[in-house]
Ligand binder design. Sequence first.
Ligand code: FAD
Length: 479
Amino acid sequence: MLDTLTAALREVLPADAVITDPVRLRTYECDGLTYHRATPGVVVLPDTAEQVASVVRLCNEFAVPFVARGSGTGLSGGALPREDGVLVVTSRMRRVLEVDLPNRRAVVEPGVTNLAITEAVRDQGYYYAPDPSSQQICSIGGNVAENSGGAHCLKYGFTVNHVEACEIVTPDGDLVTLDRMDPGYDLLGAFIGSEGTLGIATKITVRLSRAPESVTTVLAAFENIEQGGRAVSAIIGAGIVPAAIEMMDALAIEAAEAAVACDYPRGAGAVLIVELDGPSAEVELQFARLKEICAGAFELRVAAGQEERAAIWKGRKSAFAAVGRISPAYIVQDGVVPRTALPRVLAEIDRLSAEHRIRVANVFHAGDGNLHPLVLFDDAEPGAGERAETVSGAILDLCIEHGGSITGEHGVGVDKARYMPRMFTDDDLDTMQLVRCAFDPRGLSNPGKVFPTPRLCGEVPGVRKGVHPLVESGKAEQF
Ligand SMILES: Cc1cc2nc3c(=O)[nH]c(=O)nc-3n(C[C@H](O)[C@H](O)[C@H](O)COP(=O)(O)OP(=O)(O)OC[C@H]3O[C@@H](n4cnc5c(N)ncnc54)[C@H](O)[C@@H]3O)c2cc1C
């Protein structure tokens, strides 16, 4: 089937846009989560939205699944390809199509990198606010699919707050536009964060923000993580909403030091990076208050200019990759807890780490309780991988127990699908699948992701052994 489909793909795409060479296919076998790997059946590199639509229509004709891929930096295996399917890579769709400053909007293709949007408007005093640490490489299409966040999302909100419209290819190959201004259901909201399961974004209208008049970046070094945690609560409690509050523990600092020589204060048990931005007068007032709150810090550094600001951020932005310097293998975990639960959850993570003899480095968006524990292990040591998995799963359980979530920004993908039943009942999951089925009745768009047991729409949903109550009552239609 795939051979016949490949021949048909060559009819609608340029010759160099269809990859079947086994060696080249392996380039695409995983995303940033290298633990899950599969060689795609065929890879296509479309140039235009029409080409994406043609590919998807052909996939439908041959009943072959397809998976969208941007830059492949995802950390939940969302872009893991299918051996029996087509991987649609958007890396050739990199045009900034329109910049409309009076309306503070830009229209871009999905393969444009997050940072490239800011670079296109920086000289005019604007920027694109959501800033994942991967922003130099990750694509805006991937950001939309994951509803990505970043250090500055505490104050400015996630991708969903900065996307005005998306042109998408629906799972059956239609090219449609979902616009925030459309009356009726917020279909754009449903699409953002749907991890490639509701179609492929081919054009994205993003909101541009005015660069702040003033920015003050502060690094506060504390003896231990509890002191740092108390400072975070006190800052928010004082009514300050910084642009970012990030925290790293001693092990994460050690890794960053080894990787990028970030020169954070020696002996720190925790560093807090706080960025204040806005009108100069407001930033000055907030900074005065911040200094009082951080009086317990044994060192307080204030960036004197852009260069020093970048130096402070360098350690934090490199933290995920940096742990490779202190451990042969690691799992990047992503969970959320209410801010007030941070001290208890961090203490529990410490306990798990000791119990299972697995080191955990903690890096987190402290302001919104988004933890990124880096679970370190030696993959050459028998049983270490399993122990690391146990710790990693137990951390997610902790997040749920404390009223949080199994993902803050990296998505569910293939990796966390098995944890979804810990957060949701079968009825919850079936109801979510009804939404998916409304977009993708044949289950061809990124199947096997997000849901632990994907079902086609015609199948009997879940444990109920009957049709969904909403369908039964005539309130919803099941295809
Ligand atoms: C070092 C590092 C730091 C990171 N820091 C952050 C961070 O601070 N915040 C954060 O949120 N994430 C972070 N990430 C995770 C990752 O960068 C984001 O999830 C990013 O949005 C993925 O973009 P991508 O282009 O690489 O997508 P991919 O990995 O290629 O794909 C991700 C998902 O999006 C889908 N997809 C891709 N393109 C499209 C499209 N056009 N239409 C529909 N679906 C599509 C894929 O099917 C897949 O499900 C980090 C990753 C790394 C490696």
